[in-house]
Ligand binder design. Structure first.
Ligand code: DP6
Length: 332
């Protein structure tokens, strides 16, 4: 008999944005990346998730943004926690995002970080953050990083079982409070998921080997830029990593085009602003939104400039945020 009673807990986590990108897996089952990555965790936009375990086996119930949702990944993530706790209880999961879901705004990162923290707490599992990061990684790679706030690095790791492929904090957000303007250019769900896109890229892109071979140098440059609070250096390596990831994916067969016209227009606008002396750079993930990272004093001007770009629907302004944390649930 399990020593614990079924419980309930609510957690919040924020999306993170990779400055040195994760793209490609060395092990799909354990979700181990073929490269390390470096990110910033955002504030303001978040996922809030309540997990309630109910004694007795059966199907999990998942509600996302008020709608019943089928999610094999949620069930698989909860199975990892149930195995740790030695129980077979089913779970009721109620989750909401205060930003567009599945549109390249990293809802899987915040979603699975919040799910694993709330689920572990609801089962009475006191897991250190590194273990939560490894569990969140199993659900979605980028979720490993949303366990932590500020600047975060997720190690590729060398072990076949993935125990060293976890994220860790690099620098506290208070020490270098960057800001981010997110230009939303579409709220449609993306056509090819990151998981499928990575699989196709690794199988067909002629640039896969070069991508893996050059990642360590990018990580070293980004780490050094973060340690030195060197914005120009971080801008250079971040735009390079973003464009290199997209070049890799564009060269897959069939090629993956995550951008629309407004995405490209925003990238040009950010470069124009930087040419005029504004401290800002862009990054784009597996979707059409453009994230303009800047020093806080530049945020109003950067956001205003992006709002003027034709095709931009909305600009969300954020700072750097905290790691995943427990909250008193609104659903409790
Ligand atoms: C482009 O973490 O969504 O945002 O591990 O398959 O769930 P899975 O992929 P996911 O991929 C994120 C890819 C990216 C780059 C990044 O966040 O590093």
């Amino acid at each position: 008999m399990p020593a614990i009673a079924p419980g309930s807990a609510t957690a919040e986590a924020h999306p993170n944005i990779a400055l040195v990108k994760y793209w490609g897996k060395r092990d799909e089952a354990l979700n181990l990346p073929c490269v390390g990555s470096l990110s910033i965790t955002l504030d303001r936009i978040r996922t809030r998730t309540q997990v309630t375990f109910v004694a007795g086996a059966g199907a999990d119930g998942v509600q996302l943004n008020g709608k019943t949702s089928e999610s094999a990944r949620v069930g698989a993530g909860l199975d990892l926690l149930r195995a740790r706790a030695g129980v077979d209880w089913r779970a009721e999961v109620v989750s909401d995002n205060n930003f567009p879901t599945a549109a390249g705004l990293a809802s899987s990162a915040s979603g699975f970080a919040a799910l694993m923290l709330a689920g572990a707490q609801a089962l009475g599992l006191a897991l250190p953050p590194g273990e939560l990061s490894a569990l969140a990684r199993r659900c979605s790679g980028s979720a490993a990083r949303s366990i932590f706030g500020g600047f975060v690095e997720w190690a590729r790791g060398e072990c076949a079982d993935g125990r060293d492929s976890i994220a860790h904090p690099l620098l506290d957000r208070a020490e270098w409070p960057l800001a981010v303007a997110i230009a939303v250019t579409s709220v449609a769900a993306k056509s090819v998921s990151s998981t499928v896109g990575m699989r196709r890229t690794a199988a067909t892109s002629p640039f896969q080997g070069a991508w893996v071979a050059t990642q360590e140098a990018d990580l070293a440059a980004a780490r050094a830029a973060v340690a030195a609070h060197d914005f120009a250096r971080l801008a250079e390596v971040s735009e390079h990593s973003c464009l290199k990831m997209h070049a890799l994916a564009l060269a897959a067969r069939p090629g993956l085009i995550y951008w629309n016209g407004a995405t490209v227009a925003c990238m040009h606008r950010v470069r124009e602003l930087r040419g005029q002396g504004m401290p800002v750079f862009f990054t784009v993930d597996a979707g059409p939104q453009v994230k303009a990272v800047c020093l806080p004093e530049a945020l109003p001007a950067v956001a205003a400039a992006l709002r003027e770009v034709p095709g931009v629907l909305e600009v969300i302004e954020c700072g750097l945020g905290a790691g995943a944390h427990l909250v008193a649930g609104p659903h409790a």
